[in-house]
Design a protein around this ligand. Structure first.
Ligand SMILES: Cc1cc2nc3c(=O)[nH]c(=O)nc-3n(C[C@H](O)[C@H](O)[C@H](O)COP(=O)(O)OP(=O)(O)OC[C@H]3O[C@@H](n4cnc5c(N)ncnc54)[C@H](O)[C@@H]3O)c2cc1C
Length: 431
């Protein structure tokens, strides 16, 4: 879209649906490109999945969620009450097609291809935030102290070997350490850790909500509009989506960006498009006054729990729960898993200050959906970021801004295209 040639003489109108980190970054980027931007959010911006995540700008997260050979371990994971993988059985009929596509992405060839596509996006993710935060004058919202994966047994360390090697093949620096070396690097780690890997490239948000709110604040200061409304429909015409319809009004749109996280699947259906985006629910507990708080974020390789010191307390997050997006949370189960990992930090007692559950928008191939809609040319999709939505906020927005101006992005975005086949087969799919 050549934004200088809008026939009405006014800036073209962009409507961004969803006020999570992805929508907020996209709204700001489009405003910078000269669009008049309305960001529509049904609740409070930044309070869904983008609120309670572990804050990692996971620049080492090359491996996808599923690795080769994982399938044989799934029954054990599901039966182990201390494992963070949960499938609510009532949800199985809905989740089954997604799980089947997920399983098809576990071959070594697929994992290599997916890893390359993740690495390409990760290579731009850090610099995209650098520019954005420098521009809004808030570089302190992301710091770089790396990330420690700590292991309590030889077996769990060995179990992650393929992931460590995969990262290295993509140029990610990984320092393998003994328990003693880990404690030298991060004295809050207890004697339970016998091995570890330190990834210096990883960065962390001081508090995810502060990051989203700072970008949103800059958006508003520059003239962006935030509408507290719920999108209920979209009216299409020859040019694509002409109006976005909410519970309050009809909003004329020259461009629509769908960035509604795990809710995007339902909204895309209004456009006649089907996407295998599922709510993969995660939990956290915030701990008040911990005896020791790690300065370097720690992930337990045994419990799959992230332990991150944030400005408002110690955040312990975990779980991959496949359930309906609006099913009641199971905080007791999440607490059990967090308790298992707590022993990794010296003297940590789980004095729970608050609990939280949120839905990752996850795709079966561990890649986000970023690109123009195959059906409606003035719609750009930007959702499905799974475990890496915080990481990919700024880089997604850069791509969306390029697409909105009909410019080529700095990287090949074919792996993220909305009309790809999510089971890894090569042809584009029909809706
Ligand atoms: C426990 C946990 C830990 C995580 N840790 C990390 C991490 O360390 N690093 C990382 O990169 N990622 C992490 N993630 C993933 C990350 O949080 C998500 O990928 C990311 O927040 C998704 O952002 P989003 O903007 O797409 O979605 P959301 O933040 O969910 O925002 C979507 C918004 O759309 C709004 N919306 C929905 N429907 C409508 C409608 N009809 N009308 C108007 N508005 C609507 C919703 O209210 C919501 O605010 C984690 C996730 C969890 C759960």
């Amino acid at each position: 879209m050549n934004i200088a040639k809008n026939p009405s003489g006014t800036p073209p109108k962009a409507v961004v649906i969803g006020g999570g980190i992805i929508g907020v970054c996209c709204a700001y980027a489009l405003l910078r490109q000269g669009f008049g931007v309305s960001l529509i959010e049904k609740d409070r911006p930044g309070y869904a999945a983008s609120f309670g995540n572990s804050g990692s700008i996971g620049l080492a997260s090359v491996p996808p969620l599923g690795m080769p050979g994982m399938l044989k371990d799934v029954p054990r994971m599901l039966l182990d009450p201390r494992h963070p993988l949960v499938v609510r059985w009532r949800h199985l009929p809905t989740a089954a097609p997604w799980l089947l596509q997920f399983a098809r992405n576990l071959s070594p060839a697929r994992v290599e291809a997916i890893s390359s596509a993740r690495a390409a996006l990760l290579a731009h993710a850090g610099t995209a935030y650098d520019s954005l935060l420098a521009e809004i004058g808030r570089p302190e919202l992301i710091y770089c102290r790396g990330l420690i994966f700590a292991y309590e047994s030889e077996a769990s360390f060995a179990g992650d070997r393929a992931g460590i090697d995969l990262r290295r093949r993509h140029g990610i620096e990984a320092h393998e350490m003994s328990g003693a070396q880990l404690r030298e690097l991060e004295p809050a780690i207890s004697d339970r850790a016998v091995h570890g890997v330190y990834y210096p490239i990883v960065r962390t948000a001081t508090r995810p909500l502060d990051l989203t709110e700072a970008i949103l604040g800059a958006f508003v200061v520059r003239g962006g509009r935030v509408l507290h409304e719920e999108v209920r429909g979209m009216e299409t015409g020859p040019g694509g989506v002409e109006h976005v319809v909410t519970d309050v009004a009809r909003h004329q749109s020259d461009l629509v960006v769908l960035a509604a996280g795990a809710w995007s699947r339902g909204l895309a259906r209004m456009l006649g498009e089907k996407f295998p985006v599922i709510a993969e629910r995660g939990y956290h507990v915030m701990v008040s006054d911990p005896a020791a708080a790690p300065a370097v974020p720690v992930v337990s390789g045994d419990w799959h729990v992230a332990i991150t010191t944030m400005t408002h307390g110690l955040c312990i997050s975990t779980m991959a729960e496949f359930a309906a997006i609006d099913a009641p949370p199971d905080h007791a189960n999440a607490l059990r898993v967090c308790q298992g990992a707590a022993g990794l930090i010296r003297g940590l007692e789980l004095n729970v200050a608050s609990r939280w559950m949120g839905s990752r928008p996850s795709t079966p191939d561990s890649l986000p959906i970023i690109g123009r809609s195959a059906r409606h040319r003035n719609v750009i999709h930007a959702f499905g970021h799974g475990h890496l939505g915080l990481t990919f906020g700024a880089v997604t927005a850069d791509i969306v801004a390029n697409l909105a101006r009909d410019e080529a992005p700095d990287l090949d975005i074919a792996p993220y295209r909305p009309d790809r086949r999510f089971d890894g087969s090569s042809s584009a799919r029909a809706h």
